[in-house]
Design a protein around this ligand. Structure first.
Ligand code: ZN
Ligand code: ZN
Length: 232
């Protein structure tokens, strides 16, 4: 069995979305088991970044304060190394870090396509994956969360908001699950694919919603091959 370290950055993450995130990672592990894939996520504790690492990023919507990808990759790689020093028997050379803010680099702002599909880096045989959950949150979801946090909103409005929230959360979880499966596919050498498959890259969020949360036969075969050949 091969393991992928899983962690998340606590900065800017609401509790409701954190709970949803854990449900999705559990669901990914359940699917791996159902599909007979010899891979599982293991949780490596969360990561909190100091405000000193924040940078100003110019976007088409104005300047925003974000943690740059370069810092995230360094932290995630360090986190993975610490884990491997604790136990070098475990078959694990990959880590996935989920973040709740848009992916940004010191050098340039990622466009929708890149920020949507995550980022991967290779360090001395270690694979570091960063996936932003931000593009999976609908405007309605964010509005509903803000409504529920507001102490001045009437109970009747909050009841309505909670109903909308549960629907929007399901959409969010479906998108995130597919995002995670897609990144795992890349981490094990899968390319994009044009079948009805989670490796089929979308141009819009509507397209992403229409993708099935599965690997097609051809991708599944490659995935199994690559998992079978893993040596530490
Ligand atoms: Zn991709
Ligand atoms: Zn495929």
């Amino acid at each position: 069995m091969e393991f992928i370290g899983f962690t998340y950055v606590t900065n800017f993450l609401e509790n409701t979305l954190k709970d949803a995130m854990f449900e999705v990672v559990d669901e990914a592990n359940r699917l791996f088991a159902d599909w007979g894939l010899r891979v599982r996520f293991i949780y490596l504790d969360s990561l909190t970044l100091e405000p000193g690492y924040l940078i100003n990023v110019k976007t088409p919507e104005g300047t925003v304060r974000l943690y740059p990808l370069e810092v995230l990759v360094d932290f995630l790689d360090y986190r993975l190394k610490v884990e491997l020093e604790k136990d070098d028997e475990i078959a694990m050379n990959k880590i996935l870090g989920l973040i709740s803010f848009p992916l940004a680099s010191r050098n340039r702002y990622f466009d929708f396509y890149e920020s949507f599909l995550g980022f991967q880096a290779e360090r001395l045989g270690r694979r570091i994956m960063v996936l932003s959950m931000r593009p999976f949150e609908s405007d309605v979801l964010r509005m509903t969360l803000r409504t529920l946090e507001n102490p001045h909103v009437e109970e009747e409005v909050k009841r309505l908001a909670r109903r909308i929230l549960s629907r929007e959360l399901e959409t969010f979880k479906g998108r995130l699950l597919k995002g995670i499966l897609h990144e795992v596919g890349h981490a094990f050498g899968l390319e994009h694919c044009s079948n009805p498959c989670v490796m089929n890259p979308p141009a819009t969020m509507e397209e992403w919603d229409s993708r099935p949360a599965v690997f097609c036969d051809s991708c599944m075969e490659k995935l199994n091959e690559s998992l079978g050949s893993f040596t530490l």
